[in-house]
Structure formats: structure tokens, C-alpha cells
Design a protein around this ligand. Structure first.
Ligand code: AMP
Length: 396
């Protein structure tokens, strides 16, 4: 059942605790990418327009329960003031009397937007401490969760808080994420093709298992493919392999074959001795013993042609994980080619966060995707078919 929406709430004169995902990349106090902040603006604006006081809260980085000025949300408050074109009150903590007083002062001054300091400066956030959750809840009359990227964690500000403040509603970004990913999983326009890459098969076993039963084709790239190859005795040189996942890979391949599912692995690849820009490299067929002690670092041109042909017919595409070591040219060619192919799909294209966002941005095609998820880990868990605790806790 869909969660209650912020659009359904009467917010006039009410204090809204708005959990957002402002976990932005920061370098020396400068925000390098403010996408996550901008993606939250529609919910913030809606709540302000409806007369609420917005108390926004987020984590940033991994301060492990202690205040750390390098992970302060203050630069985010400054960016928000510019984006919202209004005064933003920054509270130097996220809980307790000084915060309550800062909210009261802001309201007295006619300023209805307060950003709290990093939730993870308190260890109780991640341990989902009930007293801490109740303390957060005491700051507001309603709870709105717009932090899709944090919703796969049962933390005090995503799950615990819902026990102490009601109702708990989904924000507009949360709704958008759930709709795009949910529609792809449950009602995709077919053919539905998933592209999975990246370093580790272990991160994506459940995603592969869940998607295999739903997609028309699943295309595998990246280092992940080598665990599948090795599990079938195919020579892989020194390519990245997870030896403890060989059984899992064999089992997935067996499952796909017995269910008649299309699980595609590369047929050729780019091999090199060292992963360095411009290092000597050559294209080889998969299984060629000439790989010796070299490693595979990108899908090859024949694989690209095959995958592009499958994508050309797709009407729904979900992509997570690069096809090779895309950070190091020329080993980004396979990933770039797939990014361009996904960009031309006539249908819904969903990028599942993390490195795939960097890949489509680098290929210059980010604005041609239907949806780029703000939550890497959360979108993977969603695609694996798991319940996200921060979503399950919302009022129906
Ligand atoms: P993940 O976080 O699992 O999505 O993995 C992303 C990482 O996988 C990127 O940093 C890529 O450089 C890396 N990667 C992709 N293909 C390969 C490969 N063939 N060998 C080594 N690393 C790879």
C-alpha cells in the first residue's frame, strides 16, 4: 500500500520534522554536487507554501557519533538560503532545548525554515535509540520522510521517530523514487532490460535473483562477470574475482537456465597488466588463455554491440554499476557506450545511483534519463525486493 503523502497533510501552523538526504560530497567545506539538496526543494517549498515551519534534518558522512566540523551541515544551510531565496536558521545541534529555542526564535522572527546539525553527531541516531527518536519527535507535530537514500536504514530519524510523532508521510522526492523504481519492478513496459555492473557480485546477488524473475534480459558487465566466468572454469587471469561467491554465481546461472531467463555475460573484454590511464591493453575473447596473468578491465566491442542491440529494443531499462574501470580511460569506453545506448532508449530509463550516476554524467547523457535515483544503497535494496524500514514505518 502506498504511504501517506505530504500532499495529503494539513500543514498550516504546524511544525514538520523533515528527514532529508543532504549527504552531499563536501571538500574543504565546499559542496561539490548539490543534486540531493535541489531534489528536496519541492517538498520544502510545498511545506512552506502551506504555512508549516520546516525543521529539516540529515546525516552527512560517517562522523561515528561525535561532532566533527568537517561534516557539519552548515555549508548546506548556506546553499539552501541561496536556493530557497530565504533566510535559513542553522541549529548547532539536532536535539535538546537549545534546538527547541532556535526553532521558537526562528518562528518569532517570521522565519519558518530551520536546518539541524548532522544527526550522526549522536551515536543514538544509528543505534535507533528510542529516547533519542522521541527527542527528535518532540521538536515537531508531523513527520515527513523525503530521504529515500537513507530509508534502507532503521535509524532514529527514519524509523524510530515514527513511533512518537504521527502522522508520518512520504515527501515528494520519496514518492518519485518509489514510483519510478516500483513501476519498473511491478509493471514494466516490456521488453524490460536490466544492466548490472560494478566490482562486487556479493553486493548484487539478491538484486540479480529478484530481477531475473522480472526482466526480459539481464546484461552483466564489470568485474562482477569474472566471478561467473571463474565459477565455470573459464580462464580469467588476475581479473577481480570473489572466490567465496563462486557457488552463488553457479547457482544464479543454473537458476537462469532452468527458468529460461536471459542472463547475458560479456563475450569479449579489454585486458591489461596495470590499471593506469593509457596502459597497454588489448581486446580478447572471453576464455582466451592468452590472458595469462593480465586482468579484464572493460567489456569489449563485440559485447558492446550485442548489449546495444538488446537495449535498442528495450522499453524499460534499469542500470546499476559500470561496465569496467570507468574512472581510468580508455577503460571507460564500454561504460560510455552503454550510457549512450541507454540514453536513446524509447521508454523509461532508471539509473540506480552511485557510480552509474557518475558514469552517465561523465558520458554527458544524465539529462536524457527518465530517473536518476538519489539513493544508491536504498535503490539496490529496493531492486533486491527488500522492504525499506524507513518506508515501511510511514503511515498508510
Ligand atoms: P560497485 O560499487 O560495485 O558498483 O563498483 C564500482 C567499481 O567497480 C568502480 O570503481 C569500477 O572501477 C569497478 N570495476 C568495474 N569493472 C571492473 C573490472 N573489470 N575490474 C576492476 N574493477 C572494476
Amino acid at each position: 500500500m502506498p504511504a501517506l503523502s505530504v500532499r495529503d497533510l494539513d500543514l498550516k501552523g504546524r511544525r514538520v520534522f523533515l528527514r532529508v538526504d543532504f549527504n552531499v560530497p563536501l571538500k574543504d567545506g565546499v559542496i561539490e554536487d548539490d543534486t540531493r539538496i535541489r531534489e528536496s526543494l519541492p517538498t520544502i517549498q510545498l511545506a512552506l507554501d502551506r504555512g508549516a515551519t520546516v525543521i529539516a534534518a540529515s546525516h552527512l558522512g560517517r562522523p561515528k557519533g561525535t561532532p566533527n566540523s568537517a561534516m557539519s551541515l552548515k555549508p548546506v544551510a548556506e546553499r539552501l538560503a541561496v536556493l530557497l531565496k530565504r533566510q535559513v536558521t542553522f541549529a548547532h545541534d539536532c536535539i535538546g532545548d537549545p534546538v527547541r529555542q532556535a526553532i521558537e526564535r526562528a518562528e518569532r522572527d517570521g522565519n519558518r525554515f530551520v536546518l539541524l546539525e548532522n544527526l550522526r553527531f549522536h551515536a543514538e541516531e544509528e543505534t535507533n535509540d528510542p529516547e533519542f527518536a522521541a527527542g527528535l519527535a518532540a521538536l515537531a507535530d508531523v513527520f515527513v520522510n523525503d530521504a529515500f537514500g537513507a530509508s534502507h536504514r532503521a535509524h532514529a530519524s527514519t524509523e524510530g521517530i515514527t513511533k512518537y510523532v504521527k502522522p508520518s508521510a512520504a515527501g515528494l522526492l520519496m514518492e518519485k523514487e518509489l514510483k519510478h523504481l516500483g513501476d519498473a519492478l511491478t509493471a514494466p513496459v516490456r521488453p524490460f532490460v536490466a544492466v548490472l555492473g560494478g566490482a562486487k557480485v556479493s553486493d548484487k546477488i539478491e538484486v540479480i535473483q529478484n530481477l531475473l524473475g522480472r526482466v526480459d534480459a539481464l546484461l552483466i558487465g564489470g568485474a562482477m562477470a569474472y566471478t561467473f566466468f571463474k565459477s565455470h572454469g573459464v580462464p580469467v587471469g588476475t581479473s577481480l574475482v570473489e572466490d567465496d561467491k563462486l557457488d552463488a554465481a553457479r547457482q544464479i546461472a543454473r537458476q537462469a537456465a532452468s527458468d529460461g531467463r536471459r542472463l547475458e555475460l560479456p563475450i569479449d573484454h579489454v585486458v591489461t597488466t596495470t590499471i593506469e590511464a593509457g596502459a597497454p591493453h588489448e581486446v580478447q575473447k572471453i576464455g582466451d588463455p592468452a590472458i595469462g596473468d593480465r586482468k579484464g578491465v572493460d567489456i569489449g566491442p563485440a559485447t558492446v554491440r550485442g548489449y546495444v542491440a538488446v537495449l535498442a529494443g528495450a522499453r524499460t531499462v534499469v542500470w546499476n554499476g559500470p561496465m569496467g574501470v570507468f574512472e581510468v580511460p580508455p577503460f571507460d569506453e564500454g561504460t560510455n557506450a552503454i550510457a549512450r545506448a541507454v540514453a536513446t532508449v524509447r521508454g523509461t530509463t532508471i539509473i540506480g545511483g552511485g557510480d552509474s550516476i557518475a558514469a552517465v554524467t561523465k558520458a554527458g547523457v544524465a539529462d536524457r534519463m527518465s530517473h536518476i535515483s538519489t539513493g544508491g544503497g536504498a535503490s539496490l535494496e529496493f531492486l533486491a525486493g527488500r522492504t525499506l524500514p524507513g518506508v515501511a514505518a510511514l503511515s498508510q
